[in-house]
Design a protein around this ligand. Structure first.
Ligand SMILES: [Zn+2]
Ligand SMILES: [Zn+2]
Length: 466
């Protein structure tokens, strides 16, 4: 008789930042986590090339943006892909788990067949519903199910526990996954230098008690030049800006600046926005948020004292009566300011400006103004828009300054976390240099795509090549 064992397969996101997709299967039960798209703006077509929404599943599979996993997509969405088994034709009990709401973890979750449940933490779901309301949800017509921190979700014979941790978005968690023969911890994205280091520390100690065979761990901050053996495991934050320090740096900057302050802050990091609002208040400036950011802030973290920027475009839409319900409600409650108001006394304001609304700057009095970039798109030189932003600011003679901190743990902290959890085997992923992340015990495993693995006698073994 064939022995029943847990099969693990890595579908995406081993050597990229995000797009991690892993399946864990035991007999007729299967979980898949996460379901995002890896983020590489330099490889994307410009918006001129249209996305074929009606054929998105098929196109994305053909383009290798999502994996051809059997039993996950609807037959009608697979269209001409007859070699992929549809969700309707698959008997397995499958669920998709989402660790947090960054696009590299959720970008394709809307493409999963509505027959398959997709689970988000309750906090993530609350945030996602607000994001969807402002028209920024992911493509796809389906619903999402809540999973409560620390409570057990059963998918057939697989048990899953979502454990909260600290990342630069609300609702982030890692998963403890237990099948009858294997225990896995998946870290999602995490850090020690955020607003709630105690959450990550708690996650780590629970993970240690769980005694995982495998730890699947993100390695975003692993640097290609530095060898792992030169980095000692440590939970110290020397040379690392904490979120707390970022807030102090912002207050300092807001107090010293002589003109208008523009802040491009991370679209989904509402706790950072909260700090920016408070920093402006501490520095005696008025804070002006774009409507979308204001809506999320008011609905999710209730960060009181801000005004809303009313662009001329918004003004025109209001006149035409074409404004969405959420926006008119917001405009009823909060004070609004136009560029003309700001120009009367620019140094009185901190104005949030997302990259999409960059052209609004052209209306503003920018004398002695400063542009503070705080972990928002375009995130770095790997994005062609980053250079374009710099040139734009130079042209307008606006000073550029980065004030922020990443959402991901630094190398020494990652090594500390691994040593504390003490898994039998470490699988680094979500990294350009996964091979450089290994524990002192050196028990690191670098998987390949297209292979099924099983865990036996504290070793991970290749099952078959498809
Ligand atoms: Zn990520
Ligand atoms: Zn993330």
């Amino acid at each position: 008789m064939k022995e029943i064992t847990t099969k693990i397969r890595f579908w995406n996101g081993l050597k990229t930042i995000g797009g991690t997709i892993v399946s864990v299967e035991y007999e007729n039960s299967r979980v898949i986590f996460d379901f995002g798209l890896s983020y590489n703006p330099a490889e994307e077509f410009s918006a001129i090339v249209k996305t074929r929404y009606h054929a998105m599943v098929e196109d994305y599979i053909n383009l290798n943006k999502i994996p051809p996993i059997d039993g996950l997509y609807s037959r009608k969405d697979l269209r001409n892909l007859s070699n992929v088994i549809s969700a309707e034709e698959d008997e397995r009990n499958t669920a998709v788990l989402i660790s947090h709401l960054h696009l590299d973890h959720i970008g394709a979750m809307g493409l999963v067949s509505p027959k398959i449940p997709v689970y988000l933490t309750e906090d993530s779901l609350r945030l996602y519903e607000a994001v969807e309301e402002i028209g920024e949800g992911v493509f796809g017509d389906r619903s999402y199910s809540p999973i409560r921190y620390e409570s057990v979700l059963n998918v057939g014979e697989i048990k899953i526990i979502a454990v909260q941790l600290d990342h630069d978005i609300l609702g982030a968690c890692g998963f403890f996954i237990e099948t009858p023969d294997v225990k896995i911890v998946y870290s999602g994205d995490l850090r020690l230098h955020g607003k709630h280091p105690e959450l990550t520390m708690d996650f780590v100690s629970k993970a240690n008690k769980f005694k995982p065979d495998l730890l699947l761990m993100e390695g975003t901050m692993i640097n290609g030049e530095r060898d792992s053996k030169d980095t000692k495991p440590s939970n110290e934050l020397v040379g690392i800006n904490t979120e707390l320090q970022v807030k102090e740096m912002l207050i300092n900057k807001f107090e010293k600046a002589k003109g208008l302050i523009l802040v491009n802050a991370s679209e989904r990091n509402l706790e950072r926005i909260h700090d920016i609002v408070e920093a402006a208040e501490a520095a005696g400036r008025e804070i002006v948020l774009e409507p979308a950011m204001a809506y999320l802030t008011s609905r999710i973290i209730d960060s009181g004292n801000f005004m809303i920027y009313k662009s001329e475009e918004l003004e025109a839409e209001l006149l035409k009566g074409k404004v969405a319900g959420w926006m008119s409600e917001l405009l009823d409650v909060y004070d609004v300011v136009s560029y003309k108001d700001i120009n009367l006394n620019p140094k009185k304001y901190v104005m949030q400006n997302s990259f999409g609304n960059l052209m609004e700057l052209l209306d503003l009095n920018l004398k002695k103004s400063v542009y503070i970039h705080s972990n928002a798109i375009p995130l770095g030189a790997y994005d062609p828009d980053f250079q374009k932003l710099q040139e734009f600011l130079r042209k307008l003679k606006i000073d550029y300054e980065y004030i922020g901190t990443p959402g991901h743990a630094f190398h020494s902290n990652l090594k500390y976390i691994i040593d504390e959890i003490q898994p039998d085997i470490l699988v680094p992923l979500h990294s350009f240099y996964p091979e450089k992340l290994y524990p002192e015990s050196k028990l690191q495993f670098l998987p390949h795509y297209g292979v099924e693995y099983i865990v036996k006698d504290k070793k991970i073994i290749k099952l078959k090549v498809k």
